[in-house]
Design a binder for this molecule. Structure first.
Ligand SMILES: [Zn+2]
Length: 124
């Protein structure tokens, strides 16, 4: 694993720890909790399995699980931000942001699939 990958992983894990701490101190006994909003870099080198997570909300433990696999850490330029969501309904307050991120994710996946098809055609 490269040095840069390790530094980014440390920053991500620190974000998860502070999110957990907010949930136990501020949002304890509340229907609202902080989840983790996933930001893919949406770059040509972004892995599809990471792009697919763009704009989706995960629990801190789901994110920790994801990064226990070293292939998910290598070359990953995704970032994470805490986001408030309703644990009962899944509702978020930044609906416009999530909609924009959904659009960006789907557009990027389309582009990736098109370039995969083109490359396969060139190979054949
Ligand atoms: Zn990534």
């Amino acid at each position: 694993m490269k040095q840069n990958d390790n530094q980014l992983l440390k920053m991500r894990l620190a974000t998860l720890d502070s999110t957990d701490s907010m949930n136990t101190t501020v949002y304890d006994d509340s229907d609202w909790k902080m989840g983790v909003l996933w930001w893919s870099a949406l770059s040509p080198s972004s892995k599809v399995s990471h792009v697919e997570r763009h704009g989706r909300i995960y629990s801190t433990n789901e994110v920790r699980d994801f990064y226990t696999h070293s292939e998910n850490v290598e070359g990953c330029s995704c970032s994470l931000s805490p986001i408030l969501f309703n644990v009962k309904t899944g509702e978020v307050l930044q609906t416009e942001l999530i909609e924009k991120m959904d659009l960006a994710r789907n557009e990027h996946l389309k582009t990736l699939r098109l370039s995969t098809i083109t490359n396969q055609q060139l190979d054949n």
